[in-house]
Design a protein around this ligand. Sequence first.
Ligand code: NAD
Length: 472
Amino acid sequence: MDMVSTAEPDPLDSLDTKVTRARASGAWWREIGHHGRRTRLLEWRRVMARRLPEILDLLQRENGKVRADAVVEMTAALTHVDWSARNARRVLSRRRVPSGPLMLNHLATVEYRPYGVIGVIGPWNYPVHTPVGSIAYALAAGNTVVFKPSEYTPAAGQWLLDTFEEAVPGRSVLQLAPGDGAVGAALCTAGVDKVAFTGSPATGARVLAACAASLTPVLLELGGKDAMVVAADADVPAAVEAALWGGCSNTGQSCAGIERVYVADPVYDRFLDLLARRAREVRSGTDFGRITMPGQLDVIRRHIEDALARGGRAVVGGPDSVRPPHVTGPVILADVPEDAAAMREETFGPVLVVNRVADAAEGVERANDSDYALGAAVFARRRAGALADGMRAGMISVNDVLSFPAVGALPFGGRGRSGFGRIHGADGLREFTVPTARTRKLFDVPLAVSTYARGGRDITRLERLVTRLYSR
Ligand code: NAD
C-alpha cells in the first residue's frame, strides 16, 4: 500500500528541490534562444492582460489598494514584461567591440550570458510590478527563477505563477517559494546564482550578509526618502498635483514616493495653500486605500508626532488621521526640522512634509542631505535641467513625478541606503547576466610579444610603439 502523507510540505525542504528543478529547466530555456523566450514572455504578457480584472480585484482585496492604484501598477508591470521580451536579443547578443591599435589582429566580442538560477525576493507594496521588474528581466536574459513573494501578498505571487504556467506550461522556468522571512533567508543560501531583493534596507543588509559567505551576487532595491524641489518659476498648480499624487498614490506606500517637498520662498505660501485645498478633496476609498501592513501605522503616527513635537505644523490631518487599519486622508506637515524622523527615515504612508527654502538651489542641497537616494523630482522652468543635474538620485522626474518607472528603457534603482544594482531597461537586463569577453586571433603580426618565442627586438619595438602611441 502506498503511504500518503497528509502533512503540509515544509517550505524550507522543498526550496532545494525548486532550485534544482529551476537549474534543470534552464537548459531548455537557454536552448530556445532569444526568439523562443521572447515568444513565450509575450504570451505571458497576453495572458496577464486577458486576466487583468482578476488581478485588479485581488490587489484590492489582498493589498488594500484602490482600483486606480491597481491599474497603475499593472500598466507598469505589463510595460516591463513587454520591454524585456522585445529588447533582450538586441541588448545581450554577442557584439563586436573595437580591439584597439595594438590588438588589431584580434576580433573582440562581448556577450551577456545568463547566471543560471535567480532567487527573487519581493515586497508587498507593489506585489506584481516590483518582482516583475526582476523576474521578467531575469527570464528574458535566459535565467530561470525561484520567486519568494511577500508573506502579506501570497495570492498575488500565486497569480504570477499561474499566469506564467498558462503561457509556458509544465517547464518550471518560474517557480514559487511562498513563506515568510525564513524562506527568504533560506533562498539566499539555497545555491541560487544571484539574489534580486526588493524590500527594506534592514532586510537588504541581512540578505547581503547571508550571500557573503558563498559570494553570491546581490541586487538590492531598497527604500527611499524621495524629495521634490519646486523653484520660484515653477508651474505651481502642476507641482501641487504632482506632490500630492507622488506622496499619496498607493496610500504613500511607494519606495519612490515623494515624502519631502522643498519649495522656494516666493511661491511657498501659494503652494502650501493650494496643496492643503487639494489634499482635503482626496476621497478615501476611491483615491486612497488601506495601509497594507498593520505595523506600519505605528511608524506613520510616530513620524507625525515627532515632527509636531519638534516644532512642525500640521496643515492637513495629524496624528488622529492614523486610525487602524487606515490613514483617513493625506497628512500635510510644514516647517519640520531636518533632524525629525519624518525627514530622515522612510515614513511609507501618505504624509508629505513641505518645507520652505530660500531658492531651488537650497532645495536641492537639502534634498541631497539624506542617507537614501532613490528617486527625485524637480519643478522649474528656466533652470530645470541644471537643478536635475544636481540631484543625488538614481532617477529624476522633471516637471512630473514618478514618470521614470513607466519607461521600459530606463533603469530603476538607487544608491546609498536605497541599494545598488538596477532593474528595468538595458541595465536591468545586463544585471541578470555575466558579461563574457572573447577574442579571436585572425592573423599573425610581425611583432611577437606574448610568446617566449619572441626576440629582444620585439620588446624594444613594442616599447617604442607604446611610447609613440601614448605619449602624444
Ligand atoms: P521587508 O524587507 O520587510 O520584506 C521584503 C521581503 O523580504 C519579504 O518577502 C520578506 O518575507 C523577505 N524577508 C524578510 N526577512 C528576510 C531575510 N532575513 N532574508 C531574506 N528575505 C527576508 O520589506 P517590505 O516591508 O515587504 O517592503 C517595503 C520596503 O520595500 C520599503 O522599504 C520599500 O521602500 C521597499 N521597496 C523598494 C522598492 C525598490 O524598487 N527600490 C520597491 C518596492 C518596495
